[in-house]
Write a protein that binds this ligand. Sequence first.
Ligand code: K2U
Ligand code: NI
Length: 184
Amino acid sequence: MITMKDIVLEGHPVLREVAKEVILPASEEDVAIAKKMLEYLINSQDPEISAQYGLRPGIGLAAPQINVSKRIIAVHLTDDKGTLYSYGLFNPKIISHSVEKAYLSSGEGCLSVDRPVPGYVPRYSRITVTGTTIEGENIKLRLKGLPAICFQHEIDHINGIMFYDHINNEDPLAPIPGAIEITK
Ligand code: K2U
Ligand code: NI
């Protein structure tokens, strides 16, 4: 199982690389990586397991964060309507997005950043994402709210982008014009 020792911290060069496409159909090795990443998220959200292994709770994880420079992400969260989004996804791609922006009112954190970084992170409020699931299904997801924020955070990771790259350094908490505020 993945624990915190397996998650690389900011400053590690892999977090600034553009990760490589996964050759499909995914190999047993890449399927196992995606399954372990999803397992981490599920474990990290279990109070007993996360306490026992000292896991930081996560709703998303990208393969570069476990020092694997491949386009693999995992997401495990429930949105405000109670819809569960639980995926291990190969080669995720944002194929369209809204002009409208959104941001998390609490700002963002990252399992690879063990310090608070205050500031609003502008994201697209709605996105359409394609990718291939662990089961080998090619899917298209239309997302908004926290799922949209999470997928953008993880897809940033496979492009070598960190959430704080988007923060307005002059005024981190400046309102983002026209953006909607999302509370988690
Ligand atoms: O990629 C990661 O480091 C996991 C991130 C993903 C994430 C950050 C900000 C906003 C959305 C997703 C976090 O550690 S997951 C922790 C978390 C939990 C609930 C809501 C937001 C973030
Ligand atoms: Ni992160």
